[in-house]
Design a protein around this ligand. Structure first.
Ligand SMILES: CC(C)(COP(=O)(O)OP(=O)(O)OC[C@H]1O[C@@H](n2cnc3c(N)ncnc32)[C@H](O)[C@@H]1OP(=O)(O)O)[C@@H](O)C(=O)NCCC(=O)NCCS
Length: 159
């Protein structure tokens, strides 16, 4: 999803307002989740956002959202944000985020999504870490007991 940064979307330092970027990322992630599941999808959680670089007014910003892993009814969506250098056209990574979306039926009840098979090295790396991030998100939301978070425990045991 490519768009410009306009004055009404900027902060007093003339950089893109964080909430505007969150909305753009949510929109792109929602489209990716909908395309994967062919269902209505809702944002269940925002697991990680890193505003590593500010995005100046007038920038051309591209938000790329891809499903990194599909679970039973939920999907992890990885979002990479790029800005384009005005003169060279080179793309610079500005930010990234990880959202969880859930596919639901017309009554809002979670419904099963198709499996996702990672192919590239990056896809495989993101796929492998997704269960750990899901468990962390569920623990933080009070929806999973820390003792049941097997992937998280393995992370601390191995280090
Ligand atoms: C998201 C929602 C459908 C989940 O409903 P629920 O009753 O918790 O359903 P479940 O417990 O069956 O969870 C459904 C899936 O979401 C996952 N999930 C729920 N909360 C989560 C969280 N905080 N982090 C990560 N995953 C989460 C569950 O693990 C489960 O995944 P799985 O089926 O792939 O294993 C429900 O909370 C909802 O409708 N929320 C509002 C969504 C919304 O309006 N978003 C826009 C905000 S403005």
């Amino acid at each position: 999803m490519t768009d410009m940064v306009l004055p009404s979307e900027s902060n007093p330092l003339n950089n893109l307002f964080g909430g505007e970027l969150l909305a753009r990322m949510d929109r792109a992630a929602s489209i990716a989740a909908r395309r994967h599941s062919r269902r209505i999808t809702v944002t269940a959680s925002v697991n990680h956002v890193a505003f590593n670089r500010s995005v100046p007014l007038g920038s051309v910003v591209t938000v790329e959202a891809t499903i990194s892993r599909a679970f039973k009814t939920s999907m992890e969506v990885y979002i990479d944000v790029w800005m384009e250098d005005r003169f060279s056209g080179e793309r610079i990574k500005a930010n990234e985020a990880i959202y969880t979306f859930v596919a639901v039926d017309d009554a809002g009840i979670p419904t099963v999504v198709p499996e996702l098979v990672p192919e590239t090295a990056l896809e495989k790396e993101r796929f492998a870490g997704a269960l750990r991030r899901k468990q962390l998100s569920l623990v933080l939301a009070g929806k999973m007991k820390p003792g049941d978070a097997t992937e998280l425990k393995a992370l601390f045991m191995d280090s």
